[in-house]
Write a protein that binds this ligand. Sequence first.
Ligand SMILES: Cc1ncc(COP(=O)(O)O)c(C=O)c1O
Length: 356
Amino acid sequence: MNYLSRRCKSILPYTAGEQPQDKKYVKLNTNECPYPPSPEVEKTIKDFDAGRLRLYPDPQNAKLVSVIAQKHGLNCDNVFVGNGSDEVLCMCFPAFFDENDTVAYADVTYSFYKVWAHMFGVTSRKIPLDDDFKLLHTDYLGLEGVKGVIICNPNAPTGTALGRLDLLKIVESNSDKIVIVDEAYGEFASCSVANRVNDYPNLLVVKTLSKAYALAGARCGYALGSKQLIDALKLVKNSMNSYTVNALTEAVAIAALNDKKYYAGVIDKINSQREETADALRALDFEVLPSSSNFIFARHKVLSGSEIYFQLKENGVLVRHFKGDRISDFVRITIGTADEMKMLVNEIKKIVRNRN
Ligand SMILES: Cc1ncc(COP(=O)(O)O)c(C=O)c1O
C-alpha cells in the first residue's frame, strides 16, 4: 500500500500477551499482579470528582513527580513520568539515539527493545546471555561502537538479576554512553540502582506501576536520571503529546506510591509463592531459572514449551510461550495467588502424567 512509510512496511510490531475476552482463565501470562491495588487506590477512585475530567491534566504531573522524587530520595528534576514504562522506554530512542547509532542489549530480553530500535532506525547489537541464561557483566564493560546500552534488571523473560555492584561497573565503564536500566520488576528484587542516578550522569532507570503496584490498567511508568537525561525525555514528550499521564491515573498512582505497607505485603506474598512454585515444578522435572521477579521461566525435560502452553490453555490456565531462538522450550509463568498456583501445579501434574 503506497500510503505507508518504508519503515511501517518493514516493521514487525511487538506482540503483547493475550488478554482473552472469550472465557475466564487463570491468567499467568502478562506478569500482572494477582492482588488488587491498595485500598487507598479504590478510595481515590470513589472520591475522584468526575468534573475534573473536563480539564486537561497538569502537563508536568508535578504532584506525581514530587511523590516519586521523594520515594527515591531525588529531586523533581530527576523524574520523568509517562503512560506506562513502555512509553518512557520508547521515548528514550529519539531522545538518546540518532538513526544508524547502535544500541546494545541481551539476546534474550524484553522483545520490545528491538521493535523500538527498528522504528527509530537504530541498529541493535545483541549480546548473548551465557549458557545458563545469565547476563555476564564482563560482556558489557567498556563497550565500543555503541551509543548506549539497555539492561533489563531483573531480566525478562528469564527473571534472573544482575547484582547492583556489577551493574554499576557497567555504568562506570561506559561513562560516555547512556545506560538504560529497565527495572520493571525491580520491586521483587534487591538490585535497584535507582538511588544512584545522581552519581552517574549516564544512568537512566526506568520503572513501572504495572507490576508490583497492580496498576497495569492505569498505565503509569517513570524514569529517574540526571537532569540532562530527564530534560531530553521531556523534550521528546513535549514534541509528541503534552498530556501522557491522565488526571485519574495521576491520582491513583500517588495513592499507590504512598501505601508502602500494603505493597510490602503484596511483594512478600508473591516472592514466597514464587519459591514454592519453583520447588513444585522442579519436583516435576522442570528446570526453573533462579528468579528475582514476579514470574518464573521454566522448561521441562521432555515436554516442549508449546505443548505445555497449549495444554494449559485448554484447561483454563494461560501462561506465556515465546517462539524465539534459545527459549522456545520454556514457558514463562506469572506468579498468581496461592490458589492459582495450586491450580497451575495440578494441571501441570496432569500433563506430565498423561505424557508418561
Ligand atoms: C521488562 C519490561 N519492561 C517494560 C514493560 C512495560 O510495562 P508498562 O508499559 O506496563 O509499564 C514490561 C511489561 O511487561 C516489561 O516486561
